[in-house]
Design a protein around this ligand. Structure first.
Ligand SMILES: Nc1ncnc2c1ncn2[C@@H]1O[C@H](COP(=O)(O)OP(=O)(O)OP(=O)(O)O)[C@@H](O)[C@H]1O
Length: 785
């Protein structure tokens, strides 16, 4: 009925708009729209509004139905609620009054075990929308005038509804969940009826507490968040080991909507895995053990005729148990010997063990996980009699960037050259979603390589990827430290929720900081192996890569980079250089400057269309005598052969990023050069690199003619590019903890940067942006009127 009213209303609105604007009214409308554009815009708005209202109506209707069912259940003697409620519901079997309705919903949500009813979309609470007035209009028999309820709770997403359904099911077995039991909410979500770990509800609860005992470090963090920032705080606190308490009562939901019922008890799980267990204090015996192992490896390498600094172990692939067809593909590519990381991991990975693997950049980690992936697929195919039109996905590889996913896929395809019926596909952003779906149907694959965001899109849009992932046997995370970092972790967690628990998992990276070892338990079984081919006391960078740093005022960086590149070009016949800049827009400015200076240069950053990114990436792989200016999208995993120089302009986000950027040179045991160009106030970052062999380089003398040439080229660049670069620069350094703290100094530095790129005055920020960045009212930061 409401929808009819709505249509009528929107109809009359239309009559009004049309009569005012179509007959004899003005010819142009606000924003320079013509009458048809104006009409279409309003039609669209009306449609959107109608859809939204219908949606809300539907949600309310479903909430109401649930309420009725609940009232009936209570009347039948449900044993979960208070006697008061029972008495009330016995009096009346009809729908609950608005107040009772809210109270009963609140009760249900706040009960132990009711966490299953919650989903990601319930938060962040801070964003709660007050639908009170609308609800009053809509719900003739629904909620009372004083009620305002967060509709998302009642499942405004499909996922929400399904969680609810599951939640109701679970409630019936609530008694099987011991009062004293610890529980990890994430696990309720994880166990889908399709997953092998699902054995019925009673077992589910038991297994949950077991899992939690093993995974206590993450107990309940995801579901009970107040808002995004609090999650970060929480995790930081947890990571600092401050949240060891058993019980932590926190307010969730909005007190406006649910009053005093609006909090629940969260039992924090006591940590059973102690810090010592995860990181036993460095014992002299460990060091001795590490050194003797390294000696043993070196002896084997000597026996096999490999120098001790070689990336190869001396062992051959044909000595391993990989399939003959893969061996054939390897030898067709001229690959015979294993690298150290491949030697160290292959047998463990083929045995089905979970592993966390650390190995230097460019030493063949991709092949180290692709080979087990192929073997796992072969094994799965052997064991299965059924023929699928669209086969299940047996191995899933997650990686952070689109280019890296494509690169791994290409390597996988080369290894599968002689295998028939095994396919590799990528799911990456920047392509059309529908095309992805068609490709997955028409080009079936057993190995899927994906970036987390796009894979999650497919999972959440209920394409059949979720069911295809049910048979997954091997889950691999490349660049694990980055993907388990806060920026990606939530996506990765959601993906893990959709994977079977009975699986093998492998994490790979060239850098594995302590925190990552801790969070790796999110993916790995507790009894996983930690394989570190770098070894105790050794640095993560290659000896053959000469590292240096240059400290010079920021204003001179745009002069110094072309100078350093020209010098390198003059001294290196087949030069191939990468210049890393802090952000996409600064990359764009640097690229434009170098292009103006007639250097052979290309750019890649996230603002570029995917087609451009792919084309440039492929070109740079094949070429010599070329410079690539890029942001961090190329920092990890990209295998550009024979890069001779890597320049990093400004400090990278952290030590790990420095190592990965530098790792674009000196691959496959070759040599290379790396230069970090920083301003005097960025010197503090050198502390993070103090164990790496960086040499200082004196500031070169630039002659005035060269400076003039740079200034002229800079002068030709469009102001909009410079303004965007200034904003991006400000945003980046504002986010760096050390520089972002003192906003006044930051504003001064930004102004100097602004002048160095030829802008007379800093471009104004939007008020909202300035507020968000904490820069409102800071002198030197103009705000747009
Ligand atoms: N056993 C091998 N013999 C010869 N070449 C190899 C071998 N294994 C890998 N390679 C080659 O080494 C290059 C670098 O490998 P890869 O990109 O996997 O390094 P990585 O360790 O993953 O680096 P990053 O840490 O930067 O991701 C690739 O060209 C790959 O084909």
């Amino acid at each position: 009925m409401y929808s009819t009213i709505l249509r009528e209303r929107s109809g009359s609105l239309w009559t009004l708009i049309l009569s005012r604007h179509m007959g004899g009214g003005p010819r142009t409308f606000p924003g320079g729209l013509n009458k048809w554009q104006w009409k279409r815009m309003h039609e669209k708005k009306a449609r959107e509004k109608e859809t939204k209202l219908l949606d809300q109506e539907k949600q309310l209707y479903e909430a109401r139905i649930r309420s009725e069912i609940r009232a009936k259940m209570l009347g039948g003697g449900g044993n979960h609620d208070s006697n008061e409620n029972k008495a009330k519901s016995n009096q009346s079997h009809g729908p609950l009054s608005p107040k009772e309705h809210i109270k009963s919903l609140a009760d249900r949500f706040m009960k132990t075990g009711a966490e299953d009813l919650w989903n990601e979309d319930d938060g962040p609470v801070g964003k709660k929308v007050n639908h009170g007035s609308r609800l009053n209009r809509v719900g003739s028999g629904g909620l009372g005038s004083s009620s305002s309820i967060d509709v998302r709770r009642f499942g405004n997403s499909r996922r929400g509804f399904s969680s609810m359904r599951r939640g109701l099911g679970f409630r019936r077995n609530e008694s099987s969940c011991d009062e004293g039991d610890e529980f990890d909410v994430r696990k309720f979500d994880t166990l889908s009826p399709f997953s092998p770990g699902f054995v019925g509800k009673k077992e589910k609860v038991k297994s949950v507490s077991n899992v939690v005992r093993n995974k206590g470090l993450f107990g309940g963090r995801r579901k009970f968040r107040k808002n995004d920032s609090s999650t970060e705080e929480d995790s930081e606190e947890e990571e600092n080991g401050k949240m060891d308490g058993w019980m932590d009562v926190r307010r969730t939901g909005s007190s406006a909507s649910l009053g005093n019922h609006d909090f629940k008890l969260i039992k924090r799980v006591q940590r059973n895995v102690s810090e010592e267990e995860l990181y036993p204090p460095l014992d002299i015996n460990d060091v001795r053990d590490g050194l003797s192992k390294r000696k043993a490896v070196e002896t084997i390498m000597e026996v096999n005729g490999e120098p001790s600094d070689s990336i190869y172990s001396g062992k051959r692939f044909d000595e391993s148990s990989i399939s003959p067809l893969t061996l054939k593909a390897l030898s067709a590519s001229g690959i015979v010997k294993m690298t150290r990381v491949q030697d160290a991991t292959l047998s463990e990975c083929l045995d089905g063990q979970d592993a966390l693997v650390k190995a230097k950049t460019g030493t063949g980690k991709s092949m180290a996980f692709l080979l087990p992936a192929i073997e796992t697929v072969l094994k799965a195919m052997e064991g299965s009699n059924s023929v699928h039109r669209v086969p299940p996905i047996i191995a899933l590889i997650l990686c952070p960037t689109r280019e890296l996913a494509s690169q791994i896929a290409a390597e996988g395809k080369a290894l599968l050259k002689y295998h028939e019926g095994i396919g590799v596909q990528t799911l990456i952003g920047g392509t059309r979603f529908k095309l992805d779906q068609q490709r997955l149907q028409s080009d079936p694959c057993q190995i899927l390589i994906a970036t987390p965001g796009r894979l999650l899109d497919h999972i959440e849009n209920k394409s059949n990827i979720t069911s295809r992932l049910m048979a997954l046997r091997l889950f691999i995370v490349d660049e694990a430290d980055l993907l388990l970092d806060l920026g990606f972790r939530r996506d990765v967690e959601k993906i893990i929720d959709c994977l079977p628990r009975q699986r093998q998992s492998l994490l790979f990276s060239a850098t594995i900081p302590k925190e990552v070892r801790r969070v790796s338990q999110l993916v790995l079984k507790r009894d996983h192996s930690y394989i570190d081919t770098i070894g105790l006391g050794c640095v993560e960078t290659h000896d053959k890569v000469k590292q240096s740093f240059l400290v010079a005022p920021h204003e001179s960086h745009f002069h110094l980079v072309p100078h350093l590149l020209k010098e390198h070009i003059n001294n290196t016949a087949d030069y191939k250089a990468i210049v890393f800049c802090s952000t996409g827009m600064v990359t764009s400015l640097m690229y434009t400057l170098l292009r103006e200076m007639k250097l052979n240069v290309r750019e890649i950053h996230a603002r570029k269309p995917q087609l451009h990114r792919t084309r440039v990436s492929d070109e740079f792989k094949e070429s010599k005598r070329l410079i690539l200016v890029t942001s961090d999208v190329s920092a990890r995993g990209m295998n550009y052969p024979d890069v001779t120089l890597v320049i990093q302009v400004g400090i990278p986000s952290d030590r790990e990023q420095y190592i990965h950027r530098l790792g674009r040179t000196g691959r496959e045991g070759k040599g290379g050069k790396g230069l970090l160009l920083i301003a005097p106030w960025e010197r503090y970052f050198l502390d993070e690199l103090k164990d790496l062999p960086l040499e200082p380089v004196p500031v070169p003398d630039l002659d005035s003619r060269f400076k003039h040439e740079v200034d002229q080229s800079m002068g030709k660049i469009d102001t909009s590019i410079k303004e965007a670069a200034y904003h991006a620069w400000l945003g980046y350094y504002n986010s760096v903890r050390e520089t972002g703290r003192d906003k006044t100094t930051l504003a001064e530095l930004a102004n100097r940067f602004c002048h160095s790129i030829g802008l007379e005055k800093p471009p104004a920020l939007f008020r909202k942006t300035a507020v968000k960045m904490g820069l409102k009212g800071i002198s030197g930061i103009p705000i747009r009127k």
